[in-house]
Write a protein that binds this ligand. Structure first.
Ligand SMILES: Cc1cc2nc3c(=O)[nH]c(=O)nc-3n(C[C@H](O)[C@H](O)[C@H](O)COP(=O)(O)OP(=O)(O)OC[C@H]3O[C@@H](n4cnc5c(N)ncnc54)[C@H](O)[C@@H]3O)c2cc1C
Length: 411
């Protein structure tokens, strides 16, 4: 007799688990509260879906700051290379970009969702539009789920409800409530890959300005470098956002006990000496101009006041009155403009949720609960999260592969 498996949530993890369990002969019902599956998946990677990272096992583990060891067996069973072969076999050709990030050749995330829906359906999974409100258990075993419109009985349930970020996509933290009701502990969810709040007045004055080709370095109070990368960031009314700020946020994990700041190198292409030579040359050429005018050739207009303020230099000072000390200070500020960070924006604005179902209570090989027999977890609902680069979706694929496989096995 085939096993009856119910999967809650048709996102990345749920769709993968549905196809895997169906392929092994299980009778699969996938319940999704949105009218269409994969709502979040469709907006991943700015609509292009960074589907995985074509890296080796060591690199994969390094990109998961918390509970990476929990994922070890799941990654061995379904690696990034397996993910790539999986999608190519489903007809989605892939390409690898900078930092081994893998995208569909079409640059269209919908192709990934469509392939997964095909995979689930071709293996017999039924996708139902409904909302699960409770998981039913009897003597420590799963026996069904209650939904808004009725009840379903089953042998296993896979919870693939995601986290709490971008709640409009359907991820509203329902899985945490189910887990708690079944006796699990849930590590308090907080945002990761999320905009950063700090120096509000200063940042507000440049609101909307994008800085390209800068280096952002995140440090703790002791000056330890936590993250440093070249790229793009954006000033907002509350602080900073954009790819560099989001990536840096994943390294700032303890605002209760730690202080953080970022340093912007606005001229990463020029070493200190070269930059000073450049300033000197400008001074020679434009002796009678104000320093604020002098900086027009070096910086976007809205950055000039910020840099001068940070350097403690009056912008109306004439270039020929600039002392050596002022010049050095200007150079150092351009190379290391400090912004103190006070916190993160709420988890609802985060790309991913850090925290979730305590992995100590889950069997890492099968993704089954150690508390309730027949209950499985996969994807972002688990307390595992990663940096940017396709690693978060890889967590979803691998955990779902294991959950789907073991949930489908004969009783
Ligand atoms: C803007 C954005 C861009 C991103 N880009 C990338 C990227 O390029 N690469 C990458 O690796 N990661 C990316 N991520 C992260 C990635 O999207 C998630 O890690 C991944 O989607 C998690 O998959 P999941 O299946 O666990 O959860 P989700 O994809 O959130 O799916 C959960 C599903 O469960 C459904 N659900 C919830 N509760 C119930 C219920 N009670 N009943 C029925 N259904 C329910 C939800 O409607 C939802 O469809 C991005 C995230 C965001 C927000």
């Amino acid at each position: 007799m085939s096993k009856k498996v119910i999967i809650i949530g048709a996102g990345a993890a749920g769709l993968m688990a549905a196809g895997v369990a169906g392929k092994l002969g299980a009778e699969v019902v996938l319940i999704e509260k949105n009218p269409q599956p994969g709502k979040k998946l469709n907006i991943t990677g700015k609509g292009r879906c960074n589907v995985t990272n074509n890296c080796d096992a060591d690199e994969l583990m390094k990109n998961i700051p918390k509970n990476s060891r929990f994922m070890y067996s799941a990654f061995s069973a379904f690696s990034p290379q397996d993910t790539m072969a999986f999608f190519e076999n489903l007809g989605v050709m892939l390409k690898t970009e900078r930092g081994y990030r893998v995208f569909p050749e079409s640059d269209n995330a919908h192709d990934i969702t469509d392939a997964l829906v095909r995979f689930a359906k071709m293996n017999g999974a039924k996708i139902i539009h409904d909302t699960v409100v409770q998981i039913k258990t009897e003597n420590g075993n799963v026996c069904g789920v209650k939904t808004v419109s009725g009840e379903f009985s089953c042998d296993s349930v896979i919870v693939a409800t995601g986290g709490v970020s971008y709640p409009l996509t359907g991820s509203t933290g329902d899985g945490y409530a189910f887990a708690r009701e079944c006796g699990h502990t849930v590590t308090e969810p907080q945002g990761s890959l999320v905009p950063l709040v700090g120096e509000t007045d200063l940042c507000k004055s440049a609101q909307g300005l994008t800085l390209k080709n800068i280096t952002l370095t995140a440090k703790n109070a002791q000056g330890k470098v936590l993250f440093s990368e070249l790229g793009e960031m954006l000033f907002t009314h509350f602080g900073i956002s954009g790819p560099l700020a989001l990536s840096a946020s994943a390294h700032m994990r303890d605002f209760e006990n730690e202080r953080y700041h970022v340093c912007l190198d606005l001229k990463p292409g020029l070493l200190h000496e070269k930059l000073e030579e450049r300033i000197l040359r400008d001074v020679e050429e434009k002796k009678n101009k104000d320093i604020q005018n002098l900086l027009r050739g070096l910086l976007p207009a809205r950055m000039i006041n910020i840099v001068l303020k940070k350097a403690g230099i009056d912008g109306e000072t004439k270039a020929n009155a600039m002392t050596r000390e002022m010049r050095r200070c200007l150079r150092d500020t351009l190379k290391e403009l400090r912004i103190d960070i006070d916190g993160k924006r709420p988890v609802s604005e985060a790309i991913i949720t850090s925290g979730g179902v305590n992995v100590k209570e889950i069997n890492p090989k099968t993704m089954e609960s150690k508390i309730v027999h027949g209950l499985y977890f996969a994807g972002e609902v688990l307390d595992v999260d990663a940096y940017t680069g396709g690693f978060n979706l890889q967590i979803a694929w691998s955990s779902a592969y294991s959950a789907g496989m073991y949930a489908a096995q004969e009783i």
